[in-house]
Every structure is written in structure tokens, then in C-alpha cells.
Design a protein around this ligand. Structure first.
Ligand SMILES: CC(C)(COP(=O)(O)OP(=O)(O)OC[C@H]1O[C@@H](n2cnc3c(N)ncnc32)[C@H](O)[C@@H]1OP(=O)(O)O)[C@@H](O)C(=O)NCCC(=O)NCCS
Length: 147
């Protein structure tokens, strides 16, 4: 099941973020905004009565168009490769479409095989290579999909 994140989910989402990204995790106050600021949409995936992953995106104006921008997608390690990430991404695309977004943008580290494959599987195309986007020697790829 996928639902909108609630204030009371904050600690759980932060724990998942830290579990997935360690020192690169978004700080807690950012994640608070992901849930409370109306600029963001955060969805959580529930399996076996617990939150096993989440996705956050914002609605932005890019080149005069309303677009979605995914900030974070995380699935707890023990629940990966079961379609949860795909389900979260598809649900977010649907939410963004309903909010009037024409396209969805997101970034991944070039060497993040799981994320890159997930986005390619969902028909995202490469827009640009982002040199040192994640720190020195850590390039990113910006992807885009027309919604
Ligand atoms: C990326 C992530 C969200 C994928 O979640 P998931 O629930 O495992 O994804 P799914 O089960 O829906 O997988 C969909 C597709 O993604 C690709 N994929 C996912 N994990 C993969 C892996 N470890 N290796 C290679 N491809 C992978 C595959 O194409 C997969 O399709 P398949 O299972 O039919 O082969 C998850 O690995 C994760 O949370 N990683 C840590 C956080 C992260 O890096 N987030 C992305 C930041 S840009």
C-alpha cells in the first residue's frame, strides 16, 4: 500500500534515509519539510504493517513548465528487489501528473547501479552528466521522463 506521509512518520523516514545514505543522508529538518511543506509530496510504502520505503518530490517551475523533481527514493535493504521502488516511483508520477506536472526530473550517482537501472526500466532518459555532483570524483546523471 502507498499513502501520503504524515507528521508522525518523520522519525521512521529519517531512520530509513540514514540507513540508506549514511553520512550523505538529508538532515532531519529537511525531512520535516518534505512532510510538512506543501511544495513537497512524500509517499510511503507499507508492507507487513510497516513503512519499508518512501519517495519525496517537489513541484517546480522549469523553463516555464510545471515539473516534478524527485529528491529521494529509499527502500529498506531487506525489502529491495520486490517492486517497492517501482511502485513508489509510479505512484509519485501519478501524483505529479495530477498536480499538473508535465515531466519528472531526478538525479542518481553514476555508479548507483540499482537506481540507474530502476530509472531506465521506467523509461527515464539521460539529460546530462553532472560532474562531481555528489562530491569530488562522484558524478551524477540527471534523468527526465515526460509524464
Ligand atoms: C534504488 C532503490 C530505491 C530500488 O528499490 P527496489 O524496491 O529494490 O526496486 P524494484 O524492486 O522496484 O526494482 C526495479 C528495477 O530496478 C533495478 N534494480 C533494483 N535494484 C537493483 C540492483 N541491486 N541491481 C541492479 N538493478 C537493480 C532493476 O532493473 C529492477 O527490475 P527487476 O527487479 O525486474 O530486475 C533501492 O535499491 C534503494 O533504496 N537504494 C538505496 C537508496 C538509493 O540509492 N536511492 C536512489 C537515490 S538516486
Amino acid at each position: 500500500m502507498i499513502r501520503r506521509a504524515e507528521k508522525s512518520d518523520l522519525k521512521t523516514l529519517y531512520d530509513i534515509e540514514v540507513e540508506c545514505f549514511h553520512e550523505d543522508a538529508f538532515p532531519l529538518h529537511f525531512m520535516e519539510q518534505f512532510i510538512e511543506d506543501s511544495k513537497f509530496i512524500t509517499l510511503v510504502a507499507i508492507l507487513e504493517n510497516k513503512i519499508v520505503g518512501f519517495i519525496t518530490a517537489s513541484i517546480e517551475i522549469y523553463k516555464g513548465e510545471r515539473v516534478g523533481h524527485v529528491y529521494s527514493i529509499n527502500v529498506k535493504p531487506e525489502y529491495r528487489r520486490r517492486g517497492v521502488g517501482s511502485h513508489l516511483l509510479k505512484s509519485m508520477e501519478e501524483n505529479l501528473r495530477r498536480s499538473g506536472a508535465r515531466a519528472c526530473y531526478l538525479e542518481a550517482r553514476k555508479d548507483n547501479v540499482a537506481a540507474v537501472n530502476l530509472y531506465l526500466k521506467h523509461k527515464y532518459v539521460t539529460v546530462s552528466i553532472l560532474r562531481n555532483y555528489y562530491g569530488a570524483g562522484r558524478d551524477g546523471i540527471r534523468f527526465m521522463k515526460v509524464l
